[in-house]
Design a protein around this ligand. Sequence first.
Ligand SMILES: Nc1nc(=O)c2c([nH]1)NC[C@@H]1CN(c3ccc(C(=O)N[C@@H](CCC(=O)O)C(=O)O)cc3)C=[N+]21
Length: 362
Amino acid sequence: MVSMIFNDPSSAAAFHRLSFTRFSNGLVSLRRFVGPLHVFSNTPTLPRALSLHAPRSSRFITASMAAEPSAKVIDGKSVAKQIREEISAEVTKLKEAIGVVPGLAVILVGDRKDSATYVRNKKKACESVGINSFEVNLPDDASEQEVLKYISDFNGDPSVHGILVQLPLPSHMNEQNILNAVTIEKDVDGFHPLNIGHLAMRGSEPLFVPCTPKGCIELLHRYGVDIKGKRAVVIGRSNIVGMPAALLLQREDATVTIVHSRTKNPEEITRQADIIISAVGQPNMVRGSWIKPGAVIIDVGINPVEDATSPRGYRLVGDVCYDEACKIAAAVTPVPGGVGPMTIAMLLSNTVSSAKRAYNFN
Ligand SMILES: Nc1nc(=O)c2c([nH]1)NC[C@@H]1CN(c3ccc(C(=O)N[C@@H](CCC(=O)O)C(=O)O)cc3)C=[N+]21
């Protein structure tokens, strides 16, 4: 599981990544990945084999019908790797200039296997860029007071620039109390109500933006996807992804709609979107029929589904039916290898920004 995060050549997603250098289905403008995507053109360029000027020989048509779909794969794994390299250089600069090494403290309560894996991966990622990591593991029956005590210690520790309390917490703890206790200057998760409040207000800047939504926007930017003036639909309204993702898209001048479990006609609304960010945790919920041709899809869901052929007995799929999306969308993130690695990269980035801010370094 650990090695999955940065290296999973055997996964279905890796397979798709490797195989998606082929031609398109002709529904949308699907150029190969050279430079920025122009996915919102109203006059999509048809691939040669299906253009109006193409000879109408039956042989030609047979060949083009058989062509594979080719939405561009938004490769979060490789973008995250590039970002880690950039962060690594910044960490070196900071260290050489003022002798400061950024530090991230992670508090893990309980023994959920998935949480333990995520924490291990965060630690590994810190090491890979030269950030110090501090880890506290508390048993499932630890008291809220104990967690608050560690937070308070880390709040006052100058070698710690970021504090992350791994979620979910055991049910006997009050999550809001605990997240509120992290000083906003070290709130690298961006979950503190003050950071969320600043994110929501025009003319105001949060100290930190939540990592997963920040990673989604970073992917759109790095793939040259225009956001300004576009219609965006966010599916899911959680505090940690859906809600902040919608706020970020709005800050980027998108027209944003949030679709959630009580929305009527989610399919119809989603089909109007130029950009879809899905964060619901329902495997393959978003079908091809929900997608406007040429849309860009960021799939935040990481859902285990049973798979007897996989060594783990399960495999991970997104909220979006990937194979169908590939035939209709202009670009789509795979799962795994999409948003997941970006979340961790953004955590490292927030930690380094925090250290720089603490020393007024820029
Ligand atoms: N305080 C807090 N902050 C978080 O940011 C936070 C959290 N709690 N609790 C849990 C969720 C989940 N999360 C992920 C991070 C990376 C991957 C990731 O890198 N996934 C790999 C695959 C991982 C695998 O194979 O299991 C991928 O998508 O390619 C996934 C999920 C951060 N979370």
